[in-house]
Design a protein around this ligand. Structure first.
Ligand code: AMP
Length: 396
């Protein structure tokens, strides 16, 4: 179903395959503290190696300005070896003589990780000369790093223009999920957008109202909308200067036949603190000296009903301050409801972006969603309707 070239079309046997992966893993004292990203790229590495390809991994790490060994991928190579179950080689530069020798030394099925691509300014500039240096090292190019696909860098976009290019399995899975979520979804589609601020999600909201049948707005950003409709929100987090923007989004939704579902009640407290004394009030009766920290139970019922009406759900952002109990309850209840509908085969649920993964993990349901994207910026840009250069370059 995918409109992208995938590993199914690639003949990798005996070939040098440059594979762009996301190994920008969290590290402390030279040790990887969360191996999720490593786990995600193993299927593609294994498949190419099993088919007799020479796997040459390309990745960035951190934001170095030039060569800076504090941001070396060497410790990550050790972690990849451990998770892969076989030793991989490492070259201390991604271009030049050393890299070429390391590639020449590879036998079919071997794996090599090249040093941080961002040690060279040509990476982020997508400099054609740097692209050519990288391209010399491979016969084919596979991109398995959706999370870096919103950047037109040498290793994410440039290479796809000069070598035969394919999506890796993780990239393919992500693209299939995103297509089912918004590009060719089963209708009706409902989107849930929460999180702290409207200002970071204006493009996203404007795009979604033209594509989905109903948009649930929760979290701190809902306060700005509630304020814009003329109601008091007490001391709640809000961007009152964005009231006109909120009204414009509501108008655009109306013109696009998208229902906007705002909270009808809010769980309020005097302070932003775990365990703070709290009460639930109707949205037209928020006390002046309190702040809304979560959606109330009637809002949750309304959101659950919207989920029941939907065939597809796209979710970004928590419905309340989910890190501090008990203000996690709205997010947890809605997430569990969506998970149950998904398990029953009644809902395709796609979630992602920043805190959303943490919120779904907190609710214990991340594995029950149809797809949870760990790609922060790339997932958000896709929700904004922007084309991602790294993805565009893989179109069949
Ligand atoms: P974002 O990164 O935009 O998805 O925002 C996530 C953050 O929004 C989380 O840290 C939540 O604690 C915060 N948040 C959600 N709802 C509220 C609220 N009603 N008041 C204050 N912060 C909130």
């Amino acid at each position: 179903m995918t409109a992208f070239r995938t590993l199914d079309q690639a003949d990798v046997k005996g070939k040098r395959v440059l594979v762009r992966v996301d190994l920008n893993v969290p590290m402390e004292n030279g040790r990887v503290t969360d191996a999720t990203r490593i786990e995600r790229v193993l299927p593609t590495i294994r498949e190419i190696a099993d088919k007799g390809g020479k796997v040459i991994l390309l990745a960035h790490f951190g934001r170095p300005k030039g060569r800076d060994l504090k941001e070396s991928l060497k410790p990550v190579a050790e972690a990849v070896s451990k998770h892969l179950g076989k030793t991989i080689a490492f070259a201390d530069d991604c271009i030049g003589e050393g890299a070429a020798q390391a590639v020449d030394a590879l036998k079919d099925g071997d794996v090599l990780l090249l040093e941080n691509t961002r040690f060279h300014a040509g990476e982020e500039k997508n400099d054609p000369a740097f692209v050519q240096e990288l391209a010399k090292l491979g016969d084919l190019y596979v991109n398995d790093a959706f999370s870096a696909a919103h950047r037109a860098h040498a290793s994410t976009e440039g290479l796809a223009r000069v070598l035969p290019a394919y999506a890796g399995r993780t990239m393919q899975q992500e693209l299939d999920a995103l297509t089912k979520g918004l590009e060719a979804p089963k209708r009706p589609v409902v989107a849930i957008v929460g999180g702290a601020k409207v200002s970071t999600k204006i493009d996203l909201l404007e795009n979604l109202v033209t594509k989905v049948d109903a948009l649930v707005i929760g979290g701190g950003m809902a306060n700005t909308f509630v304020h814009a409709t003329g109601l008091g929100i007490g001391k709640s987090l809000a961007e009152k200067d964005l009231a006109a923007t909120a009204m414009r989004i509501i108008e655009k939704a109306r013109a696009s036949n998208c229902a906007i579902i705002l909270p009808v009640d809010g769980v309020c407290a005097y302070e932003f603190k775990a365990g703070a004394v709290n009460h639930t009030y109707g949205i037209d009766a928020i006390p002046e000296d309190q702040m809304i920290l979560d959606v109330g139970s009637q809002s949750v019922e309304r959101i659950s009903a919207a989920i029941n009406d939907a065939a597809t759900l796209v979710w970004n952002g928590p419905l309340g301050a989910f890190e501090i109990a008990p203000f996690d309850q709205g997010t947890v209840a809605a997430a569990r409801h969506a998970a149950q509908r998904t398990r029953e085969g009644k809902l395709v649920s796609v979630a992602g972006g920043g805190d959303t993964v943490a919120a779904l993990n907190h609710a214990g349901v991340a594995d029950d969603f149809s797809y949870v994207s760990t790609a922060g910026g790339a997932f958000l840009e896709w929700l904004e309707g922007k084309s991602l250069p790294g993805v565009e370059a893989l179109r069949a």
